[in-house]
Design a protein around this ligand. Structure first.
Ligand code: SF4
Length: 129
């Protein structure tokens, strides 16, 4: 009998593989049927995987007519990382950062520079405004 943890880790691994396939497909996306063929799963399992990825907002499914049958084309949802919100954080250039620790003598809890930065609204810190 397969344990619950074992089956969950298998499921996560197959979802990770599925996401990688969708990511590799790039802007043209991939048909859901091609995904489950690549994964070696059934169409039913392939649909479940793509639905789970969609629920987690990792992919989007767009309905498409292919060979006279309705299916879905899958696209990865890419999230760009934006460092604007922390680019002026004093910790990034602080000479004491090696010694700074929540429980230490040098601590973000006691640091006036960090507190001041933290309490300044992002919009006022942002160079665009
Ligand atoms: S919290 Fe203060 S002391 Fe600590 S790394 Fe940031 S700026 Fe430096």
């Amino acid at each position: 009998m397969v344990s619950k943890t074992n089956s969950q880790s298998k499921r996560r691994e197959i979802e990770r593989q599925a996401l990688q396939i969708v990511l590799d497909a790039g802007e043209k996306g991939i048909l859901q049927s091609d995904l489950w063929r690549s994964l070696g799963t059934t169409s039913r399992e392939g649909s479940r995987i793509s639905l789970r990825l969609e629920r987690r907002k990792l992919i989007k499914r767009v309905k498409e007519l292919n060979e006279e049958r309705w299916t879905y084309r899958l696209y990865a949802i890419k999230r760009s990382v934006n460092l604007d919100s922390i680019i002026d954080c004093p910790c990034l250039i602080c000479e004491l950062s090696d010694k700074c620790d929540e429980a230490g003598a040098v601590s973000p809890i006691k640091c006036s520079n960090f507190t001041k930065w933290l309490l300044t609204p992002f919009r006022r810190r942002s160079p665009e405004t």
